[in-house]
Write a protein that binds this ligand. Structure first.
Ligand code: NOJ
Length: 558
């Protein structure tokens, strides 16, 4: 059996602080609000919280633009609130992961401000300041959010700084040892505060292949995507080894990298001696992103493709490492809207998705609201959206001369704001999220979809998620579900997503009929008992497993 580790046995619940629970009526979720809902998270059975950034920030990218690594943002509380959260969570056996954003800081960070005000200061080299060519940027890289990745330095002629994300997020120069040392100090400071570990943002971007001049463009804008030159570049290994040696390896913490690791590097990154404990793969979550990178092109994917991605990623990671699995996070639209036709979104299909996720090998991450089946929000105009990426994409589409309504529909379907709406606690005003005016619109479906309603029924989506979590964290099936081998099943049967988890002779099967059609599968059903199903009744006699539309079952041979 593979080596036992507490972080392999974790179930992570991702909290988006601004939208979880407001305790002081200012319309913004806060740390005290999260602390007040610890019993809810505990009740679900999650034992780890990943806290999206709650550091001091101008919030240009919702907190991923950090102005002070050591200070909690006043909008969500004070440091003492966070220390209290860590302590109270600990009392309930829940660990808290901080979000570690080290590819860039905010332009309002002290280092960047000093770099701006004094070109001779040591902080200048903490970032990438480069001379342009006759007032034009040093090269034609396109930032992730569109437009040039170089911004002119105010008040300086022919001088630019690099930003892979928004212009308010200058990239840090990891080739500078003093800068790295400052980051290590900060990381260890947080670990000493008693946190359980980190989710590590955009970490594959830290090593830059700095090439200058006009590079071959990959779009009509004459620019080339920066990713080609900054993701997983030669030399990143040395940086990550040092990072681990100076920080993570000194403690028993969990490290979850936001890093799509290539198959041949799984061991290096997330193997037993890897730079991190585990990482996120993007392929399934990004199935609705067009391959061309032109986000406004329609995507046309099939359930068979989704199945193949799931199975491939599971097998690749299993060969040499450990993964973190998820269907949703704060960068995604809601999974039910992504993976299902509008007319098939219901409790059955929501439970079906949960079954797929919670049977996988790897540490599962549930994003706030997923466990109650929260859905995308529909707003009327682009002005109502808060996400900087959504606005960038909208502008790009308009610039490309596309129909405004078409652009709006495409962008907002995938907008990150879909998952950033306030958590729906009950059916009172603002879904019980705040007594004040919410910073972002509450999804009007809250009268139907909310925690209070979900808690009242044994048959709710919440109850189903809770039962699945129970199965893999405390039941007699725990070891098989956590440490068991992942083996695909029925992988050539159309629209079926199925796999088993095996430990010795013990076997648990997850079988999902991912379509609005009844089918039967050849399986010696009498050997198995049903642990879970998203339908109340299941016919277990006979040699075939008859599956209703979108039925999901969990079967065990012991
Ligand atoms: C990934 C984060 O999840 C996303 O929200 C953010 O915009 C970028 N990294 C930049 O930090």
């Amino acid at each position: 059996m593979e080596e036992k580790k507490w972080w392999k046995e974790a179930v992570i619940y991702e909290v988006y602080p601004k939208s979880f629970k407001d305790s002081n009526g200012d319309g913004i979720g806060d740390i005290k609000g999260i602390t007040s809902q610890l019993p809810y998270i505990k009740g679900l059975g999650a034992n780890t919280i990943w806290l999206c950034p709650c550091y001091k920030s101008p919030w240009s990218d919702n907190g991923y633009d950090i102005a002070d690594y050591y200070q909690v943002a006043p909008e969500v509380g004070v440091n003492e609130d966070l220390y209290e959260l860590i302590e109270k969570a600990g009392e309930l056996g829940i660990k808290v992961l901080m979000d570690l954003v080290m590819n860039h800081t905010s332009d309002e960070h002290e280092w960047f401000q000093k770099a701006l005000s004094d070109p001779d200061s040591q902080y200048r080299d903490y970032y990438f300041f480069r001379e342009g060519v006759n007032g034009q940027p040093p090269n034609n890289w396109r930032s992730y959010f569109g437009g040039s990745a170089w911004e002119p330095v105010p008040g300086e002629e022919n001088m630019f700084y690099l930003h892979a994300f928004t212009k308010k997020m200058p990239d840090l120069n990891w080739d500078n040892p003093a800068m790295r040392k400052e980051l290590y100090k900060m990381i260890n400071w947080w670990i000493d505060k008693g946190i359980g570990g980190f989710r590590i943002d955009a970490i594959l971007n830290i090593k830059k292949n700095m090439v200058y001049g006009t590079l071959e463009a990959d779009g009509d804008d004459g620019l080339v995507g920066i990713q080609k030159y900054i993701i997983n570049q030669p030399g990143i290994g040395e940086l990550l080894s040092e990072l681990k040696a100076q920080t993570f390896s000194r403690y028993d913490i969990m490290t979850v990298a936001e890093a799509a690791v290539p198959d041949e590097q799984v061991a290096e990154f997330i193997g037993p001696d890897g730079y991190f404990n585990m990482s996120f793969d993007f392929r399934a979550a990004d199935i609705d992103v067009p391959e061309s990178g032109e986000w406004y092109e329609p995507t046309d994917w099939t359930v068979n493709q989704l199945r193949d991605i799931f199975l491939t990623v599971q097998k690749e990671v299993q060969n040499a490492g450990w993964g973190a699995t998820y269907l949703e996070n704060h960068d995604q639209n809601r999974s039910v809207n992504k993976y299902l036709p509008e007319s098939d979104i219901n409790d059955i299909t929501k439970k079906m998705l949960g079954t797929i996720l919670l049977g996988f090998r790897g540490t599962p991450v549930i994003y706030q609201g997923e466990e109650i089946g929260m859905e995308n929000i529909r707003l009327d105009s682009i002005d109502q959206y808060a996400d900087v990426q959504t606005h960038h994409q909208y502008q790009e589409g308009i610039k490309a001369g596309l129909d405004a309504q078409y652009v709006f529909n495409t962008v907002t379907k995938r907008s990150r704001d879909n998952s950033r709406t306030p958590m729906q606690w009950n059916n009172s005003k603002n879904a019980g999220f705040t007594d004040g005016t919410s910073w972002f619109p509450v999804n009007p479906d809250y009268a139907k979809i909310n925690v209070e309603t979900e808690l009242q029924s044994d048959n709710s989506i919440y109850a189903y998620y809770k039962a699945l979590i129970h199965l893999r964290t405390v039941s007699q099936y725990k070891d098989t579900l956590i440490y068991g081998k992942f083996v695909p099943m029925f992988d050539t049967v159309d629209n079926v997503i199925a796999y088993k988890r095996q430990l010795g002779t013990q076997e648990i099967q997850f079988i999902v009929n991912f379509q609005n059609k009844r089918i039967d599968l050849d399986i010696d059903i009498e050997q198995f008992k049903v642990l879970m199903s998203n339908y109340e009744a299941l016919d277990l006699t006979g040699a075939k497993l008859v599956m209703e539309p979108y039925q999901a079952v969990v079967l065990s041979n012991y």
